[in-house]
Design a protein around this ligand. Structure first.
Ligand code: FCB
Length: 388
């Protein structure tokens, strides 16, 4: 058996997002969409808002030394321009709870859900949205920046704009490509403004985005080659180019592989998660290599699968770790890996069906049960290596 050793100080952990795990958040566009019957209700989720210390005990017991989570904008700024100190104190307690357990925190400012006052007045279609977002981010960086050095502004801008303004499946349920393009530009402007405002308040912190990138490839058909090159640029690189010079690292959220021109045999042979997403063993490697050109540190900020019976998660994690190791050995400065997710949680329009967690949640009792694959990941985290 060979040992795939990682650089010392490599960060290993898992990610969550506030709306998906905390519970009790009613003043967002998603909560409103649930009241309107357009998406499943979120309700009390994993009650992580009150159970976070217990959940971090579990993360620590699983060998993690890194944890990515998001703060809920609607809690911190419940009305336009009014900030709630008690909620800030809550997140300071969350950060302290991570620190005392030796878990390095990474904070995401905005993970899909918007405060109602903002969504109802136009959200990122408002002409002053970059200013509003930057004010919120600077406020949070000022309040939390002594406890945390690693911040991301926006989670998956292309997914937010794609689902909400192109496919019309998520709030605000628009299907308009022009609006989609406008919102992508507004998000880039919002990130740039937030980056500058945060660095002004706390020059010492590291600020980036988490970018959902897909491994695209094609067969040898010239049409498919052109299509693949264009889509690869449009989905994976355009936003990163729009924010060029305004990021200290790149957060990579990776889930998908798409080949233009697959054969029926390839489609039939693909191994899939419970979401029907193809599990390509080396797609994370290819997505990491594609980020080398930016010359920035990279964190795998999300990577995981829905697998209720936990039959594919162990192999998935091992493949991911192999991918990261290979990318590092080829010169990509990957600094950490976050499995998605620590806990089963609210999977947006798919509700509570999909099970992404290292830890299973019984939603009736809030009981936590650690899945077997989490122990395999634990060995990797503790050894800082994969025995392969
Ligand atoms: C990502 C989202 C995250 C989660 C996973 C499965 O795109 O950032 O909240 O839903 O997908």
């Amino acid at each position: 058996m060979a040992e795939k050793k990682f650089p010392s100080g490599f960060l290993w952990g898992a990610a969550t997002a506030s709306y998906q795990v905390e519970g009790g958040i009613e003043n967002t566009d998603w909560a409103q969409a649930a009241r309107d019957g357009k998406v499943p209700p979120c309700g009390s989720a994993c009650e992580h808002y009150t159970r976070f210390e217990n959940d971090f005990d579990i993360a620590k017991s699983l060998g993690h030394n890194f944890h990515r989570f998001s703060v809920e904008w609607a809690r911190i700024e419940p009305e336009e321009g009014r900030f709630d100190e008690r909620e800030v104190e809550h997140y300071r307690n969350v950060l302290r709870a991570l620190r005392v357990r030796g878990l390095e925190p990474s904070v995401t400012m905005w993970h899909f859900t918007l405060p109602l006052w903002f969504s109802e007045t136009g959200g990122f279609e408002r002409s002053d949205s970059p200013k509003i977002f930057a004010r919120y981010c600077a406020y949070v960086a000022g309040k939390l920046g002594d406890q945390c050095t690693h911040f991301t502004t926006i989670n998956e801008p292309m997914v937010y704009a794609g689902k909400g303004f192109w496919e019309g499946l998520w709030p605000p349920f628009r299907e308009n490509i022009l609006r989609h393009l406008h919102v992508v530009s507004a998000l880039a402007a919002a990130h740039r403004a937030a980056y500058k405002a945060m660095k002004k308040v706390r020059p010492e912190i590291q600020v980036g985005v988490t970018k959902h990138n897909i491994f695209f490839e094609s067969n040898s058909n010239p049409f498919n080659i052109v299509l693949h090159v264009f889509i690869d640029w449009f989905w994976n690189h355009r936003f990163l180019q729009l924010i060029y010079g305004h990021q200290d690292f790149i957060g990579l959220n990776h889930y998908h592989h798409k080949k233009f021109g697959t054969t029926p045999r390839e489609r039939a042979a693909a191994v899939r998660s419970d979401m029907g997403w193809e599990l390509h063993p080396a797609s994370l490697y290819h997505s990491l290599i594609a980020l080398k050109r930016y010359g920035l540190p990279v964190y795998v900020s999300e990577n995981g699968l829905a697998d209720a019976v936990d039959s594919r998660r162990t192999e998935f994690i091992k493949n991911a770790v192999r991918s990261v190791h290979r990318a590092i050995s080829e010169g990509v400065p990957v600094k950490g890996y976050c499995y998605w997710s620590l806990l089963d949680n609210y999977e947006w329009a798919s509700g509570y069906g999909p099970r992404f967690g290292l830890v299973e949640i019984d939603y009736a009792t809030q009981e936590r049960r650690i899945r077997k694959s989490a122990y395999v990941y634990k060995q990797i985290c503790e050894r800082n290596a994969l025995l392969d």
